[in-house]
Design a protein around this ligand. Structure first.
Ligand SMILES: Nc1ncnc2c1ncn2[C@@H]1O[C@H](COP(=O)(O)OP(=O)(O)OP(=O)(O)O)[C@@H](O)[C@H]1O
Length: 254
């Protein structure tokens, strides 16, 4: 297996409460891994330790074999781990194109005074348009971000995350707060990125139909522990998972 991300014995305690307990996981490059589990299972906390927002009490995180446990979120982003909805900031009074252009510039480390070079400017503009197209917002280039629907804003955030060109995309509940009509379009965007097989996506989601549709593999957290990890069919058949979790979740999702 071509592992891009690995955790060893990853553990965090808040006071006396162990929120994530000795989780060992390997994530294969250019696949989509979903993290599921009931409320309070430790999914976001686990994510925060991968992105660097939280430091584990015990254990390690490896990116391409390198121990990144002590690195800051910014260092991890530079290295290739991008997280949605936290590192990207949508500026409401800039257009969609301008927002994505800022992310492209950040990635290219180009500053305003270098803009005199026209070809560079064109390149940046074209890249920004490409990313907007990838998230199917090409018809909103000139729209101010503030005027976008909630689902469109999420797509814009994904475009900005893509512009950072990180190898890993950490997506924390990308459909949260979306209307039912908006969900398929974000699903479509994530599927498009997955199908290109150029990035590794790690996804936290509650919508089971979406998880089963998109995931190459699924890890299940329960009370902070890794209950199961495998392909979607295996996970669905797993007795422990069904008992502990899936029955309740399917009820919730319906
Ligand atoms: N900063 C913190 N301080 C204290 N306890 C915390 C902190 N962050 C998380 N927890 C606790 O850790 C446990 C796991 O929380 P976490 O948010 O990771 O769960 P989750 O699986 O993402 O849940 P949800 O699906 O509801 O988002 C919970 O019991 C939560 O109360």
């Amino acid at each position: 297996m071509d592992t891009i991300l690995e955790t060893k014995q990853l553990t965090i305690a808040f006071g006396g409460h162990v929120a994530v307990s000795e989780v060992n996981i390997e994530i294969e490059r250019n696949t989509l891994k979903s993290i599921i589990g009931p409320n309070g299972a430790g999914k976001t906390t686990f994510f925060n330790m991968i992105s660097g927002q939280l430091k584990p009490t015990k254990g390690q995180v490896f990116f391409k074999g390198k121990d990144i446990t002590k690195m800051s979120p910014t260092q991890r982003t530079r290295l290739g781990i991008g997280r949605s909805f936290q590192i990207t900031n949508v500026f409401p009074h800039l257009t969609c194109h301008e927002n994505v252009r800022l992310a492209v510039q950040a990635q290219m480390k180009v500053f305003y005074n270098m803009f005199s070079h026209f070809s560079r400017l064109n390149e940046i503009n074209e890249k920004a348009s490409e990313y907007l197209k990838m998230v199917k917002l090409e018809n909103k280039e000139k729209e101010l971000a503030v005027n976008l629907a909630h689902g469109e804003k999420r797509k814009l955030e994904i475009a900005m995350l893509l512009a950072l060109e990180t190898e890993i995309l950490l997506l924390d509940e990308p459909t949260a707060g979306m209307s039912l009509e908006e969900v398929p379009m974000i699903l479509d965007v994530i599927r498009t990125i997955r199908d290109e097989r150029k990035r590794t996506i790690v996804l936290i989601e509650h919508k089971m139909d979406m998880i089963l549709d998109l995931s190459d593999s699924i890890m299940v957290l329960f009370h902070g522990k890794l209950l199961a990890d495998g392909e979607p069919e295996e996970i669905m058949k797993n007795d422990q998972v069904q008992k502990a979790y899936l029955g309740g979740l399917q009820d919730d999702a319906s």
